[in-house]
Design a protein around this ligand. Structure first.
Ligand code: COA
Length: 359
């Protein structure tokens, strides 16, 4: 038997109608709609509706009044714990016992509340009280209300940066956190359990934390003024340049294109250094691997754009979780409607039968 794939790489585990990364063409479509047509035209909460309900007019609801129990200021752990707690607070029903409509409602409430939790946790980390409801109510979009809750003010350039980032990273098929959400949903657990489990998966540096690793590279290049030398140095030590290359795309990552454009539009102070490093990295990677497409991925300009919105690197995994509430919700619902309990197989490779005295 030679069917073991470490990390399940390339194994098709689900069929989905939600998102399609177009590998060769370098585009990403949500329910068939190119994300280029969404950014700047519809706010994140409408894109949530497109992903979850296949309807741009069906928006993620506003968050309900709710006081998280005990925030620590560590956003991913606050988000995971508080989301799990909502299952009990709201007495959420088990997915195999509630209707699709009820599951959709639960996912909407949870998604909105999860953004609230991150905004409140970020305020806590900054050492300030989250803004009161009357201030937050002045915001027109989810991104604006998020910033108001967190900081008490919402610079329009920051709103645009965060809205664009959330839309571009709202969904990307079956990665570790989305798979986790579907596995938990497949057991019939409630939506809070599936969402909080997904947050746990995302909190690891290999999945949600890469933007934080891009900024130190930019700092270094700004200091030395020598992007070519910096890139050569990394590659000579067999290191990887963060923010380049992708498992799926063999063309420019479409999200990178949009994030870069938006970073330019909002006047990121890091743009000049980022472009110099990008140019040097692409040239050197191409020189060393002329037959293998290594292009700029989503993490590189995510880092630049979130930095332009004054989002500190340690908050980037939680910002990613805010984006992904849409994708996770859509997948949990799809799992409920079409899926089957996950029960993969293993192959035992341990010792054969032996006597107790051998231990
Ligand atoms: N920097 C330097 N070399 C890179 C590279 C990068 N960012 N990305 C790929 N390569 C090289 C590898 O060293 C490898 O060379 P080798 O065959 O001589 O060992 C070759 O390209 C293939 O690498 P592999 O990891 O098998 O390709 P992949 O297409 O599966 O890689 C990533 C995808 C994302 C794992 C990889 O590009 C990477 O590590 N990127 C940097 C981290 C990052 O930005 N992560 C966020 C992804 S959204």
């Amino acid at each position: 038997m030679n069917d073991f794939k470490p990390g399940l790489e390339g194994v098709v585990a689900v069929e989905t109608e939600i998102a399609e990364p177009d590998r060769e063409g370098g585009s990403l479509r949500y329910r068939g709609i190119d994300i280029e047509e969404l950014v700047g035209h519809y706010p994140y909460e409408a894109v949530w509706g497109l992903l979850v309900d296949n309807d741009l007019n069906s928006k993620m609801p506003d968050p309900e009044p709710y006081e998280p129990a005990a925030l620590t200021g560590n956003a991913p752990s606050d988000l995971q714990a508080e989301t799990a707690r909502l299952s009990g607070e709201w007495k959420l029903g088990k997915l195999n016992e509630i209707s699709d409509e009820q599951a959709r409602e639960d996912l909407g409430r949870l998604s909105a509340e999860m953004m609230e939790i991150v905004a409140r946790s970020a305020a806590k980390a900054d050492g300030r009280e989250p803004a009161p409801d009357d201030v937050v109510a002045q915001g027109e979009t989810a991104a604006e209300r998020f910033l108001l809750r967190w900081r008490g003010e919402a610079d329009p350039r920051h709103v645009k940066a965060i809205d664009t980032y959330w839309i571009c990273t709202a969904e990307h098929g079956l990665n570790a956190s989305t798979f986790t959400a579907r596995v938990v949903a497949s057991t019939g657990a409630d939506c809070g359990a599936a969402m909080s489990a997904a947050v746990g998966a995302l909190s690891g540096p290999l999945h949600g934390g890469a933007p934080a690793r891009v900024l130190p590279m930019l700092d270094e290049v700004a200091k030395t003024g020598d992007p070519e030398g910096y890139v050569r140095n990394i590659l000579e030590q067999h290191g990887r340049i963060m923010g380049f290359g992708h498992r799926v795309y063999r063309a420019e990552d479409p999200r990178s294109r949009i994030l870069k454009r938006t970073a330019q539009e909002v006047g990121s102070p890091r743009m000049e250094v980022a472009e110099a490093l990008e140019e040097a990295a692409l040239a050197e990677l191409h020189k060393r691997k002329p037959d293998y497409v290594i292009a700029t991925n989503v993490e590189f300009y995510s880092a630049v754009l979130l930095d332009a919105a004054d989002v500190p690197p340690e908050l980037t995994p939680a910002m990613f979780a805010c984006s992904r509430v849409a994708g996770w919700s859509a997948h949990i619902l799809e799992q409920k409607q079409t899926g089957r309990l996950f029960r993969p197989a293993d192959r035992y490779v341990g010792p054969g039968p032996r006597s107790l005295s051998a231990v």
